[in-house]
Design a protein around this ligand. Structure first.
Ligand SMILES: Cc1ncc(COP(=O)(O)O)c(C=O)c1O
Length: 404
């Protein structure tokens, strides 16, 4: 879809001020480009198609269709699914009741609904300097003042900076964080920082939006608890079936205090009436079969194998002076190249001559800032180990071509 700004005409009606300068995110652009070119893509956070549990899902669809035609109707949220999610949350160390669960169309809608409830036009929002573009888009219509905080690549959000901003009088409507497998930086927040963050939220009475899209995809034997396990009043937790089952269902959830549910349901109705009733019931029926824990274990094991293949290939092919860390969770590796390399330029060469893609680091900068131009985000879930080896080798050729 092309922006038609270049065909200006006097006949145009005017758009809301915030919408006049909107652009596709780099992720959306890449989704279209990858679909056209068939490149090896390390660009998007896509789960592996070949790992979708299609047989079990086909059974779930058949079961819903044969027993519950009302699943095709408008409908109230599926109470059984809420109970199942509450059980799933206990595996993340979170104790919650089904009354504290709000079903929504993926994590993305969870963010939009919370932004609509929390943020006033022109209000303050606190987040990291590098943040998931979907969240940036969710808050864009409010044109907030963004208070950005740096991130330590080993321990996560710089909580000292959060503290000093709050001490200095900043009063954001919320703090947004991705606790596990940060997108794009791939870091998981250290336990000490999790505890301090929650203490600050309580002290200054500022809610935290905890985006836990990757919380179930961890590769070590242990994992620190999500923020929601540390506090139920100030943490608004967002979860999703996109990465552990399939994004096409568009089923996610918010764990929030019960008093917020009524208001969430009103902004949800204004947004899309219901989360697909059919999708909710299919997901619920699939969970009923009992194989979700096994499926998640399989995803962890296969994605770990792919992560390790990518780490190995990077070590073998990438130039001296490049740096990366082993991520404990999520679907990405964050790579810092020597400062002289501009990854936007590298992407042009890599996609045109080597047919391999990634997302340049600068695409994730908040506040329209520039920076991180020598960095790139690589996804490892959506390619086999063989394709990963091949793709990283191609990328290293592109690196040579731009002078690395
Ligand atoms: C950090 C993060 N949050 C949320 C989402 C959106 O997830 P969903 O498909 O559930 O809307 C993504 C998708 O990649 C993500 O990376």
């Amino acid at each position: 879809m092309k922006d038609t700004n270049d065909h200006q005409s006097d006949e145009r009606f005017s758009l809301a001020e915030w919408a006049r300068s909107i652009k596709w995110s780099a992720l959306q652009e890449m989704l279209q480009q990858d679909a056209r070119t068939g490149s090896i893509s390390f660009a998007l956070g896509l789960p592996a198609v070949e790992l979708f549990p299609t047989k079990a899902l086909a059974q779930a669809v058949a079961q819903v269709m044969s027993t519950n035609p009302a699943a095709l109707q408008y409908g109230a949220p599926c109470e059984k699914l809420k109970t199942q999610i509450a059980r799933l949350m206990s595996e993340r160390g979170v104790a919650c009741r089904k009354e504290q669960i709000f079903l929504c169309a993926g994590a993305q809608q969870g963010m939009s609904l919370l932004a609509r409830l929390l943020l006033d036009p022109g209000g303050q929002a606190m987040m990291e300097e590098m943040a998931y573009t979907g969240f940036q888009q969710a808050i864009e219509p409010f044109r907030p003042l963004i208070l950005s905080v740096p991130t330590d690549l080993d321990a996560g959000i710089e909580v000292d900076r959060v503290s000093s901003l709050l001490k200095g009088g900043a009063r954001p409507s919320f703090i947004y964080v991705v606790t596990e497998g940060h997108n794009p930086l791939a870091v998981s927040i250290s336990i000490e920082r999790r505890v301090r963050l929650v203490e600050l939220a309580r002290q200054y009475k500022i809610p935290i939006i905890e985006d836990d899209a990757y919380g179930f995809l961890r590769y070590g034997s242990t994992c620190a608890p999500p923020l929601r396990a540390l506090d139920e009043q100030w943490v608004l937790y967002i979860g999703t079936f996109s990465k552990i089952l399939a994004p096409a269902f568009r089923v996610g959830w918010i764990v929030a205090p019960e008093w917020l549910m009524y208001r969430l349901s009103i902004v949800k109705e204004a947004s899309d009436i219901d989360t697909s009733t059919f999708a909710q019931h299919v997901v619920s029926s699939y969970i009923d079969q009992g194989s979700l824990p096994e499926h998640i274990a399989e995803l962890r094991s296969e994605y770990k194998r792919r992560r390790d293949s990518m780490l190995l290939a990077l070590g073998k092919h990438f130039p001296h002076g490049s740096r990366w860390r082993e991520p404990n969770s999520g679907l990405f590796i964050w790579v810092e190249l020597p400062k002289t390399i501009d990854t936007t330029e590298l992407l042009k060469v890599a996609s045109e001559t080597e047919r391999v893609t990634f997302i340049p680091g600068s695409s994730f900068c908040v506040n329209g800032k520039t920076g991180y131009s020598n960095c790139l985000r690589l996804n490892f879930s959506n390619s086999s180990p063989e394709r990963i080896e091949e793709g990283i080798e191609r990328l290293s050729r592109a690196l040579q071509a731009v002078g690395a």
